[in-house]
Design a protein. Sequence first.
Length: 158
Amino acid sequence: MSPRDVSLAFRQAFNAQSTEEGVICLVTITHPDMQPPLYLTNAGANVESRGNTFLFCPFEANIVEESPDRPPQAKFRLANVDRRLVEVLRSFTAPCNITVELVRISDPDTVEAAWTDFLLKEVQYDAIVIEGVLTLEGIFREPEISWTFSPSYFPGLF
């Protein structure tokens, strides 16, 4: 799903100066060593979406300046509201996978925009906040061109 393929109701709620409708963010944290996944929202209260309960936990993501020699990144800050969060994160040797979704409050079962395949790396924590870096490393492993520029495929170049 492309982040730009959203419903008219979503666009109106998102762009309105004042509206009864709201847009909320849902975050799913997964890891092979963690079952079930951790479902979080910063909506101010728990949210039921597609059979999962997204627990209220304040968080934010801030985009870091882009650089041509590294994947896109964002700083991810999560309130350290439960010591089990740090215990879980400390037990992992590999990064967690993060999925970020936007939904409307009136229809939390319909995902309007989703960003998947983020990795949570460089995790640091204290008694108040857990911080890490969200990155899309797989983007640099993708092949750029599947064709070879050879006379058989592109005779006009030779």
